[in-house]
Write a protein that binds this ligand. Sequence first.
Ligand code: ZN
Length: 299
Amino acid sequence: MADILIKATAAEGGIRAVGVISTRLTEEARVRHNLSYVATAALGRGMTSGLLLASSMKREGSRVNLRIKGNGPLKGFLVDAGLDGTVRGYVDCPHVELPPNAIGKLDVGGAIGRKGFLYVVRDVGYGYPYTSTVELVSGEVGDDVAHYLVTSEQTPSALLVGVFVGAQGVTAAGGILLQVMPKAARDEALVATLESRVSQLSGFTPLLRSGKTLPQIFEQLLGDLGLVILPETQIVRFDCHCSFNRVLGALKMLGEAELQDMIEKDDGAEATCEFCSEVYQASSDHLAQLIEDLRTESV
Ligand code: ZN
């Protein structure tokens, strides 16, 4: 089954809900970057959060970047997610593994670290991107992104993200975002109701692993609050827009002397995309052509 994103509203538009299943794209990231269990969970939570945040942007081409830098051994990650449902990302130290935490879960907070920052960059497709920075709350990702939504966007929000990964790879991943819209934000009872319902859930992946679908999870949380599930289902996927031509463009910027050096010393050049670990090989002929192009352009 493909990964999907669906939206819903409740309380006559006072509540906005988004849910995403990200099992396959998290598994793809795990395989591409050869991630440890805890790194898979960290990046999967980050990519799921990115897709949830990007889904509320309006203008075509909008993207959101989540950069976490913590004081733990994993250091952090970078995620780039689009309104179009594409997402990519990488972990700074992808092979770090930690024992499970006190409640038997992958210790994402311990791996990222409890101290550090979350940087959120929203690129709405024109002009300068908006950047916000918040301190990490726990390094568990979901809490940190929810904290950002409450402090920077002043939107009462509950966010739940989870990844289940074992010897078979990623078997469940996804998340939900519930937000109280401005027109209902003063309705303290509604905010409290949402918070208590989300806190009663024992995590997102147990719901998925028990066989629940996104509409059933929405029903469980919001069924008595006038839930309306929107008909569109968006496919979400791991996708990187790197290409051989982009790599050649980057090599060309190095200049003639450097390119000549690569031809003589290495008989070509190899470049790895940090977002997707795709490896690109440029032969000496490719490099010679770039030198040729540079000479033509400078005439
Ligand atoms: Zn790439």
